[in-house]
Every structure is written in structure tokens, then in C-alpha cells.
Design a protein around this ligand. Structure first.
Ligand code: HEM
Length: 143
């Protein structure tokens, strides 16, 4: 009896624990929507880069710049879901905006790039800023 009961109990525990989303708005905010669009722009810019279409790289850079401008004043959910921020949250938000400024600079470099080497360097900076920004400010929706 015991031999059967223990595995049954263990599997009941394993399968009954619901995976709770981190926040009901996780992945559904205005910022998340803009970020999703940026992901599509990045895909398109890498494609244009591969075929050496510099005009297209520049026009997509403009779309990315507009997205960054729209993201700048939006508070990441991981910092707060309220309009009023505490002093600590204000500090975190200032750091988020610093990350956005860095991203903006990298996209401006992308737009100004005159050769493939410069495009590659700018794309590297964009990738770095995104990795750093997500590590610090992006909530894990599956957590
Ligand atoms: C071109 C660069 C970037 C791309 C392509 C990108 C892409 C994404 C994607 C695909 C998501 C998930 C959206 C969803 O849940 O549906 C996301 C979320 C997020 N990203 Fe980015 N990201 C970039 C740069 C950054 C930077 C530089 C920061 C911070 C300084 C940042 C902060 C965030 C935050 C905070 C979220 C969660 C949104 C929320 O709080 O509601 N991202 N990003």
C-alpha cells in the first residue's frame, strides 16, 4: 500500500501546484506591446543588414527611435503598477530611463552607420542594452 501511495502523493503535489503568473498585467502592458514591436523591427533590421540594404536599415532605425521615445516615460511593471512611485522606485525608474537613453544612442549609431562594420557594432550595442535592461527591469511572466 505504502509503495503505491508515495508515488501517487508525489505526483499529486507535482501536478497540482498551479503556475501563477507574476502579475495579471505581465506581458500585457503598453510597454510590453511596444517592446514586441521593437522585436519585430530588430528582426527586420537584421534581415536588411544581411542583404546590405542600408536605406532600409536607416528607415527601421527611425521606427526603433520612435518606439524608444514612446517607452521612455512608461514605468516597467517590475518597478511598479501604480502611478505614484516611492523614492526607491523613482531611483529605479531613473536607471531604466538611463538604459533607454543608452539604447537610443545605439540606435542613432545604427542610423548613422555608413558601412557594415559600423552596423554590426551598433547592433551589438543594442543587443547589450536589451540584455542589461531585461535583466534589471523585465518581470518574468512565468515566475
Ligand atoms: C531593441 C531592444 C529591445 C528589444 C527588441 C526588446 C524586446 C522586448 C520584448 C520582446 C519584451 C517582452 C514583451 C512581452 O511581454 O510581450 C520586452 C519586455 C520588456 N523590456 Fe525590452 N527590449 C529591448 C530593450 C529594452 C531596454 C533597453 C530596456 C530597459 C532599459 C527594456 C525593458 C523592458 C521591460 C521593462 C519589459 C517588460 C515590460 C513591462 O514591464 O510591462 N527593454 N522587451
Amino acid at each position: 500500500m505504502k509503495k503505491i501511495l508515495i508515488p501517487v502523493l508525489l505526483s499529486t503535489i507535482a501536478f497540482s501546484t498551479p503556475s501563477m503568473a507574476a502579475h495579471p498585467m505581465c506581458g500585457k502592458t503598453e510597454l510590453a506591446q511596444i517592446m514586441d514591436d521593437m522585436k519585430d523591427h530588430m528582426k527586420a533590421v537584421k534581415k536588411a543588414f544581411k542583404v546590405g540594404d542600408m536605406d532600409k536599415v536607416s528607415s527601421i532605425a527611425d521606427q526603433l527611435l520612435a518606439a524608444v521615445d514612446n517607452s521612455y516615460d512608461l514605468v516597467p511593471l517590475a518597478i511598479s503598477d501604480k502611478a505614484e512611485l516611492t523614492a526607491d522606485q523613482k531611483g529605479d525608474f531613473a536607471n531604466y530611463q538611463k538604459g533607454m537613453k543608452y539604447l537610443k544612442g545605439a540606435i542613432e549609431e545604427l542610423k548613422a552607420a555608413k558601412d557594415m562594420g559600423a552596423v554590426k557594432a551598433a547592433l551589438g550595442k543594442i543587443g547589450k542594452s536589451s540584455k542589461k535592461g531585461h535583466k534589471a527591469f523585465k518581470m518574468d511572466c512565468d515566475a
